[in-house]
Design a protein around this ligand. Structure first.
Ligand SMILES: C[S@@+](CC[C@H](N)C(=O)[O-])C[C@H]1O[C@@H](n2cnc3c(N)ncnc32)[C@H](O)[C@@H]1O
Length: 299
């Protein structure tokens, strides 16, 4: 594409700019608002490969320590952490203990992610009285680990959301209650740049998918727990969209809370590698079974 001369580039105007292509945003990013973003910028190319016996495997233990993974070896992390709400794999952690668990895991994710690699966290908020905004706690904590935030996707689950009938005060302004039909997918990166080693690599996203997946609201139904024998799976479409958007063919995708292996299924179906962790023996076996089915159907 021909580069537009600097004079022809659009600038931020008081009432916004209509043309975003070749937009010169240097004035915007030099504002004092951005001066407080004190995260570590990393621009050097650091990329290690993982041993052949480590990729395409589920490790049935905690992801607080991913000792088999060298620094800077994973291109994308996609996960949905345990929500600590009383599912059969949940412990009864206090909010402080819960945040510490996620922090321990995401610190390891930061270490193993390549520069420019994305970390995408699917999370919902909890309760009503009061509402616990888990997603905002995750954002607050993960920024302290050095990640940059790159966006927030609202996943609209529509009629599949299975909202409760707890309206609060029915047809009365006394105390009506909001019923969430959405979850979040929070997007972070290591360093503020894109992938530094992209030459010769192949993206597999179509034009239509790119137009759709770069929007901040996604609409598709939730997965049925019964369908995959896990109490809280996400649908394959969720990791699949992120994999197509943020990885090249042959890249490595990590899910540190793998559950029934949905991220692995999406990775393999799209010619990517995966690495998964889960502490629950039963879910590791379910994930391995799903992985075997995809591998045999893809030859
Ligand atoms: C919300 S589920 C993930 C579901 C998954 N996305 C799927 O589609 O099946 C969270 C998973 O985290 C696992 N888990 C909890 N603590 C863990 C830890 N410290 N390390 C690894 N996995 C853990 C649980 O066993 C549970 O399967």
């Amino acid at each position: 594409m021909r580069k537009m001369p600097r004079a022809a580039r659009t600038k931020m105007k008081s009432f916004g700019s209509s043309m975003r292509m070749a937009h010169d945003s240097s004035d915007f990013y030099s504002r004092r608002m951005y001066a407080s973003a004190d995260r570590t910028e990393v621009n050097e190319i650091r990329e290690n490969s993982v041993q052949g016996d480590v990729v395409d495997r589920v490790f049935c233990r905690s992801s607080k320590h991913m000792a088999e993974l060298p620094d800077d070896c994973v291109h994308l992390m996609v996960t949905s952490p345990p929500y600590n709400v009383g599912k059969d794999y949940d412990q009864d952690l206090s909010l402080v203990e819960y945040r510490r668990l996620l922090n321990d895991v995401f610190r390891e994710v930061y270490r193993v992610l390549v520069v420019g690699g994305r970390a995408c966290i699917n999370i919902a908020n909890l309760g009503r009285k009061p509402y616990i905004p888990l997603h905002s706690f995750v954002i607050e904590d993960i920024l302290k680990l050095g990640f940059f935030m790159r966006g927030e996707i609202i996943w609209d689950k529509g009629s599949s959301a299975g909202t409760s009938m707890a309206w609060g005060s029915w047809l009365s302004a006394a105390n009506p209650t909001l019923r969430d039909t959405h979850e979040y997918i929070l997007v972070f990166s290591k360093g503020n740049s894109g992938r530094l080693r992209a030459e010769g690599k192949r993206s597999t996203i179509t034009k239509e998918e790119f137009m759709e997946f770069t929007k901040s609201v996604w609409r598709f139904p939730a997965e049925q727990a019964r369908a995959v024998n896990h109490p809280a799976p996400f649908p394959v479409e969720l990791p699949e969209r992120l994999i197509k958007l943020y990885t090249f063919e042959g890249d490595v995708v990590l899910d540190p809370f793998m559950g029934s292996g949905t991220t692995a299924v999406a990775a393999l179906a799209n010619n990517r590698h995966f690495i998964g962790y889960d502490t629950n023996e039963k879910y590791c076996r379910i994930a391995e079974k799903r992985i075997k089915e995809v591998t045999s159907s893809h030859g």
